[in-house]
Design a protein around this ligand. Sequence first.
Ligand code: DX5
Ligand code: ZN
Length: 234
Amino acid sequence: MGHAGAELIVAPSLLAADFAKLGAEAAAVERAGADWLHLDVMDGHFVPNITFGPLVVKALRPHTKLPLDTHLMIAPADPYIAAFAEAGADHISVHPEAGPHLHRTLQLIRSFGKKAGIVLNPATPVDSVAHVLDLADLIMVMTVNPGFGGQAFIASQLAKIAALRRMIDASGRDIRLQVDGGITPATAAQVLAAGADCLIAGTAIFGKPDYAAAIAEIRAAAPGRRPDFAVSAG
Ligand code: DX5
Ligand code: ZN
């Protein structure tokens, strides 16, 4: 994984699911063809919304075999890394602004045998990951301000995605480039063209009646994955 042309990963964000039946929703997107399940953890302090913590991750774990891609929007994050790891999170991603020692936080995540991720807010520069690439398995570009689903895609982030793709490729490292926020089939095509290889989508999947069709529509946005499109004109 982690290079341009790597197989596209689609990760539905459970934030847009029915919170009264999270286990069933997780199983439903697994059946519908999801690759990973994205879990948005919010503390009402780092971001202006509150969701759930490690107890809910632990409760979800038996309902799906999908890797749990856990996005921590909490500050501080370090005191809770062990709890999320023990709850069954497979990937744990943090924002550099959530604590003063990103390098140490990534080391801590890896010490539990988990994949470590760095999440960049719209104003956070690409340089914030440059000196910790050796500790990153995932880099995620926020194309909305974190805190809520259903917001509009911030197109200024396309240049950041392209810059990170160049940085990752130049490093030769095995790092996934994720995009989170405002992903639809139309914006998916833009971020994939810019070099992303993992798409997080909440509203565009859980907001649709047919999850399998919604996931397929997002996958179809990938360049080179639409042979029918090119030959169907005649
Ligand atoms: C926002 C979260 C996203 C959110 C995306 O803070 O990190 O994962 O679920 O929702 P949509 O796809 O609706 O923009
Ligand atoms: Zn997220």
